[in-house]
Ligand binder design. Structure first.
Ligand code: ADP
Length: 631
């Protein structure tokens, strides 16, 4: 039989494929089963319109056979089959246009890793087999053909004697090497596992003769091998079943086994879309973070199936980053298995589905928030930071998706509230949404900066996570209400109070300037406060960087923002007796005024929870004063 050559491009890709270090060899089985299923589909559709075919749905099957002696794995289908010309046409060219396009974009050498990832269908069989035979007989024809190849060297086509229609793909498995055990594809258990993993939902039964050892009848110690033809795939995926036919238990146990989580999910989202792009989606919100969530090897994404065939374990386009915690899968009959799996990642279809999935997740979370607050709080405890990070990382572009899902602690109510709940509770006349950065609401309530605002009857949001203030700054406003930090530049409480503070600042300019001079570059200025009620001092900031943000930025190891400093202002309460002392010391004892200024500044740092620069000096100064008073 004359040997024929593969087309040039095909030969190169085949070469690469065989010699590649690509490790996911096992996908060959998925590829061959999916080809078999396509071939059956073709005949099945023909049978629907042409009753001379005379086959019913139940007649179709894919059969897997192993032969240890011959070291072969055979995948047979009773689909449409191929004649000699079709074998030549379909199997003489490895690369489909997409594969070639892929190579063109990348330059001269095809990226074998990438090719391997989407598979080149039939040719992936050469990853595990040294020789492949395809014996095929078209439906309704008497003649059958055999295509045979040992790889890039070429192939032959000749006549065969196949008795029934369909195709047998016979893989002569490679010899085992140190790195790879090809013999495992003769193992029934491995085959069953692979079918379960990749092809469980193929619509036709995938059968195999399974051998089991059983006690011989009537004997107590003699065993015999019984062979039984079993269907390895379940065929009906849970996501194609009707919602009202499924119990929570079924949803949960599917989730646990599929996504390897021992805990039940917080909620399940199951829906289907009909139209030009039809698909079923089954999504889960887990009840806790996966252990590798914050590590480099965490990948977001949903499983993607094309008509029941798994084509991607993690398809990142289907999930926005801020919902990266969601698990689940999407199955669409409108996504073609025949197109390059690499290409579809850039596909418009995925983007369309991704957008819709994001909407569905949002509306499910909103439903939880409104009707099952406890479950929502549980969810939020695990994943809330992710939502806030979503606001920040998009500079607020995701505001519509996320702003109503974030919670902050209310210092008045000491519980988590939404921004909407805050605004709905705002008394007449309150212009801003006030916030403060503190570890707990209780601590926030004790901070001098919050006193005045609380006295007005206004609530304050307590920001506890590092990302919170960044998220708020990205949002800028909620329902037209701006956010205002109680430690920020202006509290904007009351014009009369502000005027008074301005007046006092002018009157005491000399004193305040002197104090500012004493503190050097530790502060931008010292001023009379309009926000303090009982406390003598506090720190506030001018400009965009708050003290909290300064702390976070300087803790970032790789950030070049570490040098950004908050512009600090030391505020003094003029109603406090200490202010009188300062005023009189300005006249009588500048050196003592300097000590007081340093003490007041250090106290402001302490109240703020900031480290003090020289604790020993602070302690000495306090003790010095105690000794003087006691003397
Ligand atoms: P793809 O399936 O992505 O088109 P393949 O290289 O796997 O690429 O297969 C090439 C072609 O060979 C298929 O499009 C199909 O026409 C034909 N083919 C492959 N396997 C079978 C089969 N089991 N029965 C009938 N035709 C097949």
């Amino acid at each position: 039989m004359a040997k024929k050559q593969f087309k040039t491009d095909s030969k190169r890709i085949l070469d690469l494929m065989i010699n590649s270090v690509y490790t996911h060899h096992e996908i060959f089985l998925r590829e061959l089963i999916s080809n078999a299923s396509d071939a059956i589909d073709k005949l099945y559709y023909r049978s629907i319109s042409d009753n001379t075919v005379g086959l019913g749905r139940q007649d179709y099957q894919i059969l897997l056979k192993t032969d240890n002696k011959a070291r072969t794995l055979t995948i047979s289908d009773n689909g449409c089959g191929m004649n000699g010309d079709e074998l030549e046409e379909n199997l003489g060219v490895v690369a489909h246009s997409d594969t070639l396009r892929f190579r063109d974009e990348k330059g001269d050498t095809p990226d074998i890793e990438a090719i391997g990832r989407f598979g080149v269908g039939f040719y992936s069989s050469f990853m595990v087999a040294g020789k492949v035979e395809v014996v095929s007989r078209p439906f309704g024809k008497d003649e059958s053909y055999i295509w045979s190849s040992e790889g890039p060297g070429g192939y032959t086509i000749g006549k065969a004697g196949k008795e029934s229609h369909g195709t047998d793909i016979i893989l002569y498995l490679k010899q085992d090497t140190e790195d790879e055990n090809y013999g495992k594809y003769l193992d029934q258990y491995t085959i069953r596992q692979l079918v379960g993993k990749y092809s469980d939902y193929i619509r036709y039964p995938i059968k195999m003769d399974i051998e089991t050892q059983t006690l011989k009848e009537g004997s107590e110690d003699e065993y015999e091998t019984i062979s039984e033809r079993k269907t390895l795939n379940s065929m009906v995926p849970i996501w194609r079943r009707k919602k009202d036919e499924l119990s929570d238990d079924e949803y949960h146990s599917f989730y646990k086994s599929k996504f390897m989580d021992y805990q039940a999910p917080i909620t399940v989202i199951h829906y289907s879309v009909e139209g030009s792009l039809s698909y079923n989606a089954l999504l889960y919100i887990p009840s806790s973070l996966p252990p590798n969530y914050y590590s480099k090897d965490f990948e977001k994404g949903l499983q993607l199936y094309a008509s029941g065939v798994l084509i991607s374990e993690k398809c990142p386009e289907l999930l926005p980053d801020y919902f990266s915690f969601a698990r689940g899968l999407v199955d669409s009959q409108d996504i073609s298995l025949n197109i390059s799996r690499e290409m579809i990642q850039h596909d418009r279809q995925l983007k369309t589905m991704g957008k819709n999935i994001a909407k569905k997740i949002k509306s499910e979370l909103t439903r939880l928030l409104e009707s099952d607050r406890e479950a929502y709080e549980k969810f939020y405890k695990e994943f809330g930071v992710q939502l806030k990070y979503g606001l920040y990382s998009s500079y607020g572009a995701n505001r519509d998706e996320l702003q109503d899902l974030v919670l902050f602690k209310s210092i008045v109510q000491d519980k988590n509230i939404t921004l909407k709940e805050y605004v709905d509770n705002m008394p007449e006349g309150q212009k801003y949404i006030y916030y403060v950065c503190a570890d707990t609401a209780a601590k926030a309530a004790m901070m001098p900066q919050t006193e005045r605002v609380r006295q007005k009857g206004y609530d304050i949001l307590c920001l506890t996570d590092d990302v919170d203030e960044f998220a708020i700054k990205s949002l800028m406003k909620y329902q037209d209400k701006e956010f205002l930090s109680v430690s920020g530049q202006e509290l904007d409480m009351d014009d009369a109070e502000k005027e008074e503070a301005d007046k006092l600042n002018k009157e005491n300019k000399e004193l305040l300037d002197y104090m500012s001079e004493c503190l050097g570059d530790k502060v931008e200025s010292v001023a009379v406060s309009s926000r303090l009620e009982h406390h003598p001092v506090c720190l506030s900031t001018e400009g965009d960087i708050s003290l909290e943000m300064e702390k976070i930025l300087s803790a970032m190891p790789t950030s070049n923002l570490g040098g950004l400093k908050a512009k600090r202002k030391l505020e003094i309460n003029h109603k406090h007796p200490v202010f009188k002392a300062l005023s009189s010391l300005a006249e009588t004892d500048k050196s003592r005024l300097k000590t007081y200024t340093s003490l007041l500044y250090t106290q402001a740092l302490l109240v703020e929870g900031l480290p003090i620069e020289d604790p020993v000096d602070f302690s000495n100064k306090v003790c010095g004063m105690m000794a003087e008073l006691g003397a």
